[in-house]
Write a protein of this length. Structure first.
Ligand SMILES: [Zn+2]
Length: 95
C-alpha cells in the first residue's frame, strides 16, 4: 500500500469515528453507567430477549428513550445481552 493510500485510509477511519461519536445519544459518562447497569443485571439475572434492564435504566435516568433505543438497535443492541455485547463494543471502540 502506498503511503498516500494509508493516509487516506487513516483519515477515513478518523472520520468514521467522529461520525460515530457525533451519533452517541448521551455523554460518555452516561453511556458508561448504562452499560455497567445492564451488564451487571444480565450477569445476575440473564437476558429474556427484551430490553427490560435497558429501558428501566433509561426511565430512571430520564434519558430520551427513543433516541437511546434507536441508537442501541442501530448497533446491534436489540435486547439486554446484545446491548452489552454489541452496542457497548461499538461505544468502546469509538468513545
Ligand atoms: Zn439477549
Amino acid at each position: 500500500m502506498k503511503s498516500s493510500d494509508r493516509d487516506l485510509k487513516k483519515n477515513w477511519k478518523l472520520q468514521q469515528r467522529e461520525l460515530a461519536r457525533a451519533a452517541f445519544p448521551a455523554a460518555n459518562s452516561v453511556l458508561e453507567s448504562l452499560f455497567d447497569f445492564v451488564e451487571s443485571n444480565v450477569d445476575s439475572h440473564g437476558c429474556n430477549h427484551s430490553l427490560r434492564f435497558t429501558t428501566r435504566w433509561v426511565s430512571e435516568h430520564e434519558q430520551p428513550e427513543k433516541s437511546v433505543l434507536e441508537w442501541l438497535a442501530a448497533h446491534g443492541g436489540n435486547c439486554d445481552c446484545e446491548v452489552v455485547a454489541n452496542a457497548a463494543n461499538h461505544w468502546e471502540q469509538n468513545r
